[in-house]
Design a binder for this molecule. Structure first.
Ligand code: PEP
Length: 251
């Protein structure tokens, strides 16, 4: 039985003060979610990670990226031991915005994923196709490559530390949702690739999220699909009220 997971990706939003205000309220609704068998988490900017974790120590808090090296001459980067020092044990890897604007590739994602797993961290690995690839019917080809290359070398034990998020790029922040049929089709396809790579147990246990314009009004339909174990949410995770509604609407 896979526990449902709702994760907020704050992207480059919220000052430290705003993040602290959210975290203060999150203590109660994190408890409420857990009591109802739902896991939740948020991914603030690097600036706010320590503050959010300090205010809400039980809340799952993820970085939005990391470097694969422990230290070194990598200006502007943040290393995994630095995240761990402030109590962060989750990290998003391969978000399409990082692939598009920061040159993230399946290979760099793979290095980061292995470094995170070696450090007992949990990874949310994002994959998803562009609108052009979707329209050309290339979605499964793209996803297959992203999953096999990004998760190369991950055994079934490693995959216990991995959550996959399927996020069609054309639906992120656009209000243009993938249908629940598409979400289920691709999430179940991802599960079948994991089965091929690491066996049935790994594929049955891994959590696969859908992301792309998920809102309180549509989250229930996505999470009603057998292979959709949760949601990675951008815009609708920013306001406390809307985040709470995401949880309430799936109970
Ligand atoms: C995201 O950034 O991962 C995302 C899914 O954004 P939104 O919910 O705003 O489409």
């Amino acid at each position: 039985m896979r526990t449902k997971l709702i994760f907020g990706n704050w992207k480059m939003n919220k000052t430290i003060a705003e993040a602290k205000a959210f975290a203060t309220e999150a203590v109660a609704f994190d408890k409420f979610a857990k009591e109802h068998g739902v896991d939740i988490g948020v991914a603030p900017t690097f600036m706010s990670l320590a503050a959010v974790k300090e205010i809400a120590p039980e809340l799952t808090v993820a970085a939005q990226n990391c470097h694969f090296a422990d230290h070194g001459a990598f200006t502007g980067e943040v290393a995994i031991p630095m995240l761990k020092e402030v109590g962060i044990d989750w990290c998003i890897i391969g978000h399409s915005e990082r692939r598009t604007y920061n040159g993230e590739t399946n290979e760099t994602c793979n290095k980061k994923i292995h470094a995170l797993i070696d450090n007992d961290m949990t990874v949310i690995y994002c994959c998803g196709e562009t609108l052009e690839q979707f329209e050309k019917g290339l979605t499964k080809e793209v996803i297959n490559t992203q999953i096999r290359e990004g998760l190369a070398g991950c055994c079934k034990c490693c995959l216990k530390h991995v959550v996959v998020a399927y996020e069609p790029i054309w639906s992120i922040g656009t209000g243009k949702n993938a249908s629940t049929e598409i979400a289920e089709d691709i999430c179940s396809y991802i599960r079948s690739i994991i089965k091929d790579m690491a066996g049935e147990e790994a594929s049955e246990n891994i959590r696969i999220l859908y992301g792309g314009s998920v809102k309180p009004e549509n989250i229930r339909a996505y999470l009603g699909q057998p292979d959709v174990d949760g949601a990675l949410v951008g815009g609708a995770s920013l306001k406390v009220e809307s985040f709470k509604q995401l949880i309430e609407n799936i109970l």
